[in-house]
Design a protein around this ligand. Structure first.
Ligand code: SF4
Ligand code: MG
Length: 328
């Protein structure tokens, strides 16, 4: 499989002020994350809110500055590019946002909104642009008839179609979609997801799909990376992850999905306690305060990766060499 984008040891830390006499706190929003994205796939990034999913997406697109590590795309490390260098790649790397209303300028018509990227990147001759916009609107299920209308005249699902049109008008290769359907009514979600899959096929897109909704992820993605407190704890193909989850956190997340494993309702694992603050993460395996299998080793040492197959990796002491296999 061809790798389109490679994230290596990425860290995104923030400092927050705590007042005049206290030192700043460091928030480790993304803490040493590595993964590859394959051309044409949809890779999901899942986890509870605050685990760093959105920050990874923003850091990859250089909308947030990385603290260290690399994001390799097209033989370039995106984290080192300045504004102008990044701008010259922006047409290949785009974003779809969670809230289609907040991300569309209410004072602009659909024509102006979808035209803007073409002007900024000087793509197509001015007299060709209208035709290209109409083509893209048709791909996303809108038409010429909508060109002079404003965002407030559309439903939530239609507004996300406009957001998708704006993201794909430059024919990008890679799109970060940050919770693209979670603000929509459930009845509209599957329409927008099917549209995204359709557009992906037609335009040859690769998606990084950020979501906390595992039933959506199971339906539309090829692989899944599970995040907890700024780290990836498990990564696998979607099938492997749903059929054979290994990490106790993944198991807990999946057991909370009502439809995926109805026969195993009695095995539901409850996640107890809140997610600890990323400003003050637990030692060792950061999941240990919430993990029923935690040992002393878990409190002391951060687990390294164990490979179950070429595509399935987990970070958990239960599976490290010499570890007692317990009930697994
Ligand atoms: Fe639980 Fe230990 Fe595995 Fe962390 S490393 S998930 S605490 S068993
Ligand atoms: Mg988020």
């Amino acid at each position: 499989q061809e790798i389109i984008l490679s994230v290596k040891n990425l860290k995104t830390y923030y400092e927050i002020k705590q007042g005049m006499f206290k030192p700043n706190k460091v928030i480790k929003a993304v803490d040493d994350v590595s993964f590859d994205v394959y051309k044409g796939e949809t890779l999901a990034l899942v986890g509870e809110s605050g685990c760093g999913k959105s920050t990874i997406g923003r850091t990859i697109l250089n909308l947030t500055q990385a603290t260290s590590g690399e994001v390799l795309f097209n033989d370039k490390d995106l984290t080192t590019l300045n504004f102008n260098e990044m701008r010259s790649l922006r047409h290949r790397l785009q974003m779809i946002f969670q809230d289609p209303y907040a991300s569309l300028n209410p004072k602009k018509t659909i024509l102006q909104i979808v035209m803007e990227p073409l002007k900024v990147h000087d793509k197509y001759k001015p007299q060709e642009r209208l035709q290209k916009i109409i083509e893209i609107l048709e791909i996303v299920g809108l038409s010429e008839y909508h060109l002079e209308r404003y965002p407030h005249e559309f439903s939530g699902g239609q507004r996300q179609r406009i957001g998708i049109a704006r993201a794909v008008i430059l024919h990008p290769d890679f799109i970060v979609a940050d919770e693209p359907v979670s603000a929509l009514d459930v009845s509209v979600q599957s329409q927008v997801i099917n549209l995204m899959l359709d557009v992906q096929k037609q335009l040859g897109l690769t998606y990084l799909f950020i979501s906390h909704d595992l039933s959506v992820v199971q339906h539309m993605t090829d692989r899944v990376a599970v995040m907890y407190l700024g780290r990836i704890v498990e990564i696998a193909t979607t099938e492997e992850l749903f059929d054979n989850p290994k990490h106790p956190y993944t198991k807990a997340l999946l057991s909370a999905v009502p439809i995926s494993h109805p026969q195993e309702k009695s095995n539901r694992i409850l996640l107890t306690g809140d997610v600890p603050s990323p400003a003050n993460p637990p030692t060792g395996c950061t999941f240990h305060p919430r993990c029923e299998f935690a040992t002393e080793l878990c409190q002391q040492q951060s687990p390294s990766a164990t490979h179950f197959s070429a595509s399935h990796q987990v970070h958990c002491h239960l599976y490290q060499e010499g570890a007692n296999e317990l009930c697994y």
